[in-house]
Design a protein around this ligand. Structure first.
Ligand code: MTE
Ligand code: LUZ
Ligand code: MOS
Length: 775
C-alpha cells in the first residue's frame, strides 16, 4: 500500500524546521578538540623542512600532527594506494594537507593553522607543475593506463563515408558543492576503539581506511552516518582524508576530535567532476546517420587515481548515449595533473562520455542543414543488430521511441521550433534557441563486486519496525523508499517503520551509496529480510487464526486469514511468546552482470534508465547573458516507489546539470591555485535559475528486470537531461546566421564569456556582416 504513493521524505519536516541532525549538530562530548589543516602552498614541490614550533606555541593548540604521527598506512586512496593522508616529502597539488592542528576550539585551530602560511614553517623546493589536460596528454602523463574500446573498422568506415567531420571540444569540471561540507567527529572507545561519525557515502570504506591508518583490525572501528547534507559523489571516497585525520587525532590524544572543513579549504582540498578535452572524427550519410566514429576523451584525473579508472570506464560506456554506433573507437585517458584528485560526481563520467556525441550529432545536423532532432532520431538504437552497444550489451528495454514521441507532443517541439525561428528573424539582439536531447544511462556499478547490499530488520513486541541497511541518506530519499518497501511487505503505515543511521557495526562490508543503486540494492536486501520475517509470521497467523498459510494477507495494519483477522502488533507479540525470531538479515547481489576490463565488453549494466528533454533559452548577443525559459522533461523511473521523491530527483539532477554546463566555471591561476573556491566566485544555480515553465513528468513504465517493485534508479540519469540546455544555447547562437552550414563553436560551461567568444568566432567564420549585434 505504501508503494507508488508520493509520500514526503522521511525527514522532510526535520529538514525544513532545522531539527534534522547532521554530523556537526551532534551534541559535543566534554573535552572535544577541533582540527584545522595546514595546506600546501605549491602545486608541485619537494618539502625541504617543516618547523611547526610557532604553530605548536599558538594559543589553544594541543597537538600538531604530521605524516610521521601515522602509525599504520599513510593512505586514504580508494583503489591505488597513492593518496597520502598527510603529505610527506612531496606535495602534488596546491591545497594538499601537510599538517593538522588540534586545538581547544575551531577558531583557535584555524588561527594556528594560518600561521603555517609563513615561509618559516614549511620550506619548499618548487618543481615544475603540470596544470592542464593538454600538457599532461602531450607528455603521456597518466595516473592509469589508457582505456580503449574498438568495434568494427571505424577508420575505414569514416574514410569511405559520404561526409565526414572532425574537431575538438572541451567541457569543464564541477564542484559537488554539497551544502553540508566535509566533516568527521571521532570519539575514543575502550580497548583502542574509535567511533567515527562521518558525513560519508561510504561508511565501510571510512572504517577500513581508518583501521589501516591506525594499524588496527577493522572491528575496532565503527563508522556511523545518519544523513548527509548532500554528497553528489563528493563523499564517496573523499570524505576519507577528513575521517582519517579526525580519527588519527582522536586515537593519539584519546579525546573526542572534530574536523569540519571550512568551505574554502573544502574546495581547495577535494576533487571535483573531471573536466575533459575531446578529439573526434566521424563519417556519416546524407541523413546524418553515423557510419564510423572515433573519440578520444582526455580526463583530468588530478594528482592521484582515486576513482578515475571507473569514471573513465563509465565515460567510455556512455559515448553511445541513445545511438547505435556500428563502427567505433573510444579511448579514455586519465591525465595526471598537479591539481585536486578528481572524483565521483553525479553521473560518474557518463555525462562526459555522452556529451561529446550529442555535440557531434548537433554538428552533423548543422552541416546538413537539418533539424538536429531528426538526426538524433535517425541514429537511435533500433532492433536486431541495431540493439548492440559498442561494449556488447544488448539494449533490450529501450523505450526511447515512444518516450520521445510523447515528449515532442507535450512540449510542442515542432511548432515552437518554427516560433523560435520567427522570433529570431525579427530580433537583432535577443536570440532564442530550442533543443531536444535524449538520455540512456546504464544502472549498476561498473565494478561488479560492488553490486551487493545487506539489511537488518527488527520487529519489536509492540509491532514497531526498525530497519538498518547498507545505504546512506544524502537527501535522495533512500531511507524513505526502503521504509516504504518494508512497510508494504508488512501492510503497515509508513509511520510504523523507522530507518536508523548507516552503521558499520550493524551491516558489514557495505558498498558506497553511489551509481544510483542505493534503493535498488538496499531496497531488495531489506525486502528479503522483511519477507523472511513475514514468512515466519504467516505460519503463526495460520495457527492462531486457523486456515491455510497461503491465504494469509498483511494489510492496513492487520493480518487477515481464513479464520479471521488480528492486529499486526498482537500477532507479533503472539509470535514472540511462541519464541519465533522477529528479526532477520537480508542480502542482495545484482544478477546477470559481468565485465571484461581487457576487451571492455560484457554486460556492465543490469538495465538502462531513459529520459528526454526539450529546453528553450534566450541569449543576449550583446552581453552574453542567457536565460532558460522553459524545460519539458520526461523521465523513466520504471514503476515509481515514490513519485514525489522521483520528481524531486529529476528536477534537482537537471538543474545541477544546467549549472555544470552554464555557470559553474573552475579556474586555476598559473601557479595552480584554484581561484574559484567560494560561492563568491563559483556560481551554482539559484532558485531564480529554474525556468518559468518547468514541466517534469514520469514516463509510465515498469522495469523489464525484476528490480524492487519493478522500479528504476533515478539519482544520476536526469543530470544528462541538461544537455538540452547547452544544445539550445548553441541553437540560439546559430540564430545569428541561420544559413551557416556549421555549428557555433561553443564549449562548456556556456558562461557569458564563453557565449560571446563563440559568437565572435562564429560570426567571423560565416563571413556574414549582417548581424549588427555581433561584437
Ligand atoms: N540527491 C540529493 N538530494 N543529494 C545527493 O547528494 N546524490 C546523487 C543522487 N541524488 C544526491 C542526490 C548521486 S551522485 C547519487 S549516485 C545518488 O543520489 C545516490 O543515491 P541513490 O543511489 O540512493 O539514488
Ligand atoms: N562505478 C560506477 C563505480 O559505475 N559508479 C560508481 O559510483 C563507482 N564507484 C566506485 C567504483 N566504481
Ligand atoms: Mo554518485 S556520483 O555515484 O555518488
Amino acid at each position: 500500500a505504501a508503494i507508488g504513493v508520493p509520500l514526503p521524505h522521511e525527514s522532510a519536516e526535520l529538514h525544513v524546521s532545522g531539527e534534522a541532525r547532521y554530523t556537526d549538530d551532534l551534541p559535543e562530548l566534554a573535552g572535544t578538540l577541533h582540527v584545522a589543516l595546514g595546506l600546501s602552498r605549491f602545486a608541485h614541490a619537494r618539502i625541504v623542512s617543516v618547523d611547526l614550533t610557532a604553530v605548536r606555541d599558538a594559543p589553544g593548540v594541543v597537538a600538531v600532527l604530521t605524516a610521521a604521527d601515522i602509525p599504520g598506512e599513510n593512505n586514504c586512496g580508494p583503489v591505488l594506494h597513492d593518496d597520502p593522508i598527510l603529505a610527506d616529502e612531496l606535495v602534488q597539488y596546491l591545497g594538499q594537507p601537510i599538517f593538522a592542528v588540534v586545538a581547544t576550539s575551531y577558531e583557535l585551530a584555524r588561527r594556528a593553522a594560518a600561521l603555517g602560511k609563513s615561509d618559516d614553517v614549511v620550506r619548499y623546493e618548487p618543481l615544475e607543475p603540470v596544470l592542464s589536460i593538454a600538457q599532461a596528454r602531450a607528455r603521456q602523463h597518466y595516473v592509469l593506463q589508457p582505456q580503449r574500446l574498438t568495434r568494427g573498422s571505424p577508420a575505414e568506415r569514416i574514410a569511405a563515408a559520404p561526409h565526414r567531420i572532425d574537431g575538438e571540444f572541451a567541457v569543464g569540471g564541477q564542484e559537488q558543492f554539497y551544502l553540508e561540507g566535509q566533516v568527521a567527529y571521532a570519539i575514543p572507545t575502550e580497548r583502542d576503539g574509535v567511533h567515527l561519525y562521518s558525513s560519508t557515502q561510504h561508511p565501510s570504506e571510512m572504517q577500513t581506511l581508518v583501521a589501516h591508518m591506525l594499524g588496527r583490525p577493522v572491528h575496532q572501528i565503527v563508522c556511523e552516518c545518519r544523513r548527509m547534507g548532500g554528497g553528489f559523489g563528493g563523499k564517496e571516497s573523499q570524505s576519507a582524508v577528513f575521517a582519517c585525520i579526525a580519527a588519527l587525532a582522536c586515537a593519539r590524544l584519546q579525546r573526542p576530535v572534530k574536523l569540519r572543513a571550512d568551505r574554502d579549504d573544502d574546495f581547495l582540498i577535494t576533487g571535483k567532476r573531471h573536466d575533459a578535452l575531446y578529439r573526434y572524427e566521424a563519417g556519416y550519410d546524407d541523413d546524418g546517420r553515423i557510419l564510423g566514429l572515433r573519440v578520444e576523451i582526455a580526463l583530468r584525473a588530478g594528482y592521484s587515481a582515486d576513482l578515475s579508472g571507473a569514471v573513465a570506464t563509465r565515460a567510455v560506456c556512455h559515448v553511445d548515449n541513445a545511438y547505435f554506433l556500428s563502427d567505433v573507437e573510444i579511448v579514455a585517458l586519465c591525465c595526471k595533473t598537479n591539481t585536486q584528485s578528481n572524483t565521483a560526481f553525479r553521473g560518474f563520467g557518463g555525462p562526459q562520455g555522452a556529451l561529446v556525441t550529442e555535440v557531434i550529432v548537433d554538428n552533423i545536423a548543422r552541416a546538413l542543414g537539418r533539424d538536429p532532432l531528426d538526426v538524433r532520431l535517425a541514429n537511435y538504437y533500433g532492433i536486431g543488430a541495431r540493439e548492440l552497444t559498442p561494449y556488447g550489451q544488448r539494449v533490450e528495454d529501450n523505450v526511447l521511441a515512444p518516450l520521445t514521441a510523447r515528449l515532442l507532443e507535450t512540449s510542442d517541439y515542432r511548432a515552437r521550433r518554427e516560433a523560435v525561428a520567427a522570433f529570431n528573424a525579427s530580433s537583432p539582439v535577443l536570440k532564442r534557441g530550442i533543443a531536444f536531447s535524449p538520455v540512456k544511462f546504464g544502472i549498476s556499478f561498473n565494478v561488479q563486486f560492488l553490486n551487493q547490499a545487506g539489511a537488518l530488520v527488527h520487529i519489536y513486541r509492540d509491532g514497531s519496525v526498525l530497519v538498518n541497511h547498507g545505504g546512506t541518506e544524502m537527501g535522495q530519499g533512500v531511507n524513505t523508499k526502503v521504509a516504504q518497501v518494508v512497510a508494504d511487505v508488512f501492510g503497515l503505515p509508513l509511520s510504523q517503520v523507522r530507518v536508523t543511521s548507516a552503521d558499520t557495526s550493524k551491516v558489514a562490508n557495505t558498498s558506497a551509496t553511489a551509481a544510483s543503486t542505493g534503493s535498488d540494492l538496499n531496497g531488495k536486501a531489506a525486502e528479503a529480510a522483511a519477507l523472511t520475517i513475514r514468512e515466519r509470521l504467516t505460519q503463526v497467523a495460520a495457527t492462531t487464526l486457523g486456515g491455510q498459510a497461503e491465504q494469509v494477507r498483511f494489510e492496513h495494519g492487520s493480518v487477515i486469514g481464513e479464520g479471521g483477522q488480528i492486529p499486526f502488533a498482537q500477532l507479533v507479540n503472539a509470535a514472540y511468546l511462541a519464541r519465533v525470531q522477529l528479526w532477520s538479515d537480508g542480502f542482495y547481489a545484482t544478477p546477470k552482470i559481468h565485465w571484461d576490463a581487457n576487451t571492455m565488453t560484457g554486460r556492465p549494466f543490469y538495465y538502462f534508465a531513459y529520459g528526454a528533454a526539450v529546453s528553450e533559452v534566450v541569449v543576449n548577443t550583446l552581453t552574453g547573458e542567457s536565460k532558460l525559459l522553459r524545460a519539458d522533461l520526461l523521465h523513466d523511473v520504471g514503476r515509481s516507489i515514490n513519485p514525489a521523491i522521483d520528481i524531486g530527483q529529476i528536477e534537482g539532477g537537471f538543474i545541477q546539470g544546467v549549472g555544470w554546463l552554464t555557470t559553474e566555471a573552475l579556474w586555476w591561476n598559473r601557479d595552480g591555485r584554484l581561484m574559484t573556491h567560494a560561492p563568491s566566485t563559483y556560481k551554482i544555480p539559484a532558485i531564480s535559475d529554474t525556468p518559468a515553465v518547468f514541466d517534469v513528468r514520469l514516463y509510465r513504465n515498469e522495469n523489464a528486470e525484476p528490480t524492487v517493485f519493478r522500479s528504476k534508479a533515478v539519482g544520476e540519469p536526469p543530470l544528462l537531461l541538461a544537455f538540452s540546455v547547452f544544445l539550445a544555447l548553441r541553437d540560439a547562437l546559430a540564430g545569428v546566421a541561420p544559413d551557416a552550414r556549421h555549428a557555433p563553436p561553443l564549449e562548456a560551461p556556456a558562461t557569458p564569456e564563453a557565449l560571446l567568444t563563440a559568437l565572435t568566432k562564429f560570426v567571423a567564420s560565416t563571413g556574414d556582416g549582417t548581424n549588427d549585434a555581433a561584437p
